[in-house]
Write a protein that binds this ligand. Sequence first.
Ligand SMILES: *Cc1c(COP(=O)(O)O)cnc(C)c1O
Length: 405
Amino acid sequence: MTEREYRTPCFIIDEEKLLRDFNMLKDSLEASWNHYRIGYSFKTNSLPWLVTFLKARGVMAEVVSDDEYALARWLGFADGEIIYNGPVKERASFEQALLAGGIVNLDGQRELDWLEELCGAHPDRRFLVGIRVNFNLESLCPGETTMGEEGGRFGFSYENGAFARVVERLRRTEGIEIAGLHLHSSSKSRSVDIFRAIAAMACRLKREFDLDLSYVDLGGGYCGGLPGRPQYPDYFPAVAGVLREEFTPERTALIVEPGISLLSSATTFVTQVLDVRDIGDRRYLITDGSRFQIDPTMIKSSYLFHLELDPSGPKERPEMERQCVSGYSCMEVDRLFELENGPELMAGDRIVYENVGGYTMSLSPLFIQYFPDVYVRREGELKKVRERWTPREYVQNCMLYQEEI
Ligand SMILES: *Cc1c(COP(=O)(O)O)cnc(C)c1O
């Protein structure tokens, strides 16, 4: 299928761009810290094609729920190729991962209890675990973190002594080895300084607690593919410079868990104008895309996009001061942006949103319309890698009302 033959709305992933960004990640890790693992963040976008594309390149699965763990297994990751994070792990998959030598980063008291009981049940085994660290990143990078002064809620707090108590508790139990630290922290800035501060925290913890670590996991949260913003080759030399104070690549692997930075520049969302209407003195463009599909958390104030005018439409398009681009849903908030001083758009014209790979396909609700088609562009041809959902998929696992029980 070629361009314009496909049905909108749809996501298109450009394989060449995806590969370029992936190689940029690999090459910069290789150059800065040649002992590394990449764990792809499933929650960012767990489209099966995408996940298996990355798996074919040696990437591990980074998962934060039992469902994601099961999806990783379904898609062919062995237990040892999974990084199991987050506070809502389930006990069975937690034990399965540890018994198989997967990477498990502890996040909560109940996991400590599970771990001790697992050790009791397998006195002949050694279990390698990581600890998710919660630390005051905001004080090191003022104004840059997502939660600001309030701080994040994940992991064990360094400042209030919870981290120290966990280290002590794990050291008391025979058969447990503290193999790694997990320092994922979300930031608004995604700056290189954030990652320098994270690396410095790893060094500080190693010194203070005399840890012998086989990995330092920086987590995700990188920028990628945005002009004027940092790229992989900016982060890893800076991180390596800090880590080398306390660590060597021979002894300690660097783990990274990229999500959005890997996918965004490769992914577009193609929508089409369905209807043009004037209400009072305002012009509305009703499109077949929705804000729910590319900004499900309703936080974006602007979008990267380009227009593709319908080649069969009029050649001359007068400029219009304002056109309100809105979505298909019946909610008034479903307005994407004001197109200012643009060509007057008509039904059939396309608005193509750029940089929409992360937190879109996975987070979009099944609201009014179901999941749209996803295509991959390979050598100019489009291949469908997810068929749009229909009522058939929607009703799966549902029971219908029956008068008789
Ligand atoms: C969300 C998340 C990531 C990925 O974050 P991006 O911003 O998409 O790079 C990685 N690790 C953990 C633990 C996460 O929660």
